[in-house]
Design a protein around this ligand. Sequence first.
Ligand code: SF4
Length: 230
Amino acid sequence: MQSEFSQAVILVRRYVEQLARLGVRDFYIPRDALVVRKRGKAKEFEEMAEALKDCTRCGLSRSRTQVVFGTGNPGTDLVFVGEAPGYDEDVQGEPFVGRAGQLLTRMIAAMGLSRKQVYICNVIKCRPPENRDPLPEEIACCEPFLLKQLEIIRPKVIVALGRFAVQSLLRDMTPITRQRGRWRDYHGIRLMPTFHPSYLLRNPAAKREAWLDLQEVMRELGLPLPEKKT
Ligand code: SF4
């Protein structure tokens, strides 16, 4: 995947090579503004996570162990958004770490990426009791934090994982089976709805469709697709 940063590095390298062909041998390279910007994103995230860790905007603050902010690379082009933390995530403070998380890690690896190259978070940052669906008022309280995260990252693509994330982000109650695989728009960002890894663990036959959705995302990001077996 070519992030904004790596694309800029390629452009700078081409420019320097062009100057070298013209005979320029000495370069003054000022401090790289993009590197500074990337560090700036990480710092903004740190500050936001710190401010959010004592959040009491909704009732979920009373039952959670900790706020699960998100994990990964704030300079990425690709963000995965799930529903809300479950038991393992609430204990460990990281999204998608249980069995479903392990499957998500394998899905990301199948795309030729690692968890460190993408960003992973949830619509809701605190675990609902007994893993119930978050309430509309809880979504209304927490969604601005997701929007702020996306504003900082500015990804090219969001993959929304599962019925709840898709329906609540898009305000569209159409079943996930009819929404998956179709590009949508979320605040100006391309959004691909697909199945939640938990659903795929219960329904392994649906993995094929989820893989088709991820291949669409790979095409959009210019990632190399696996060669078809003959
Ligand atoms: S779910 Fe979101 S709004 Fe509610 S307490 Fe947690 S961080 Fe705050």
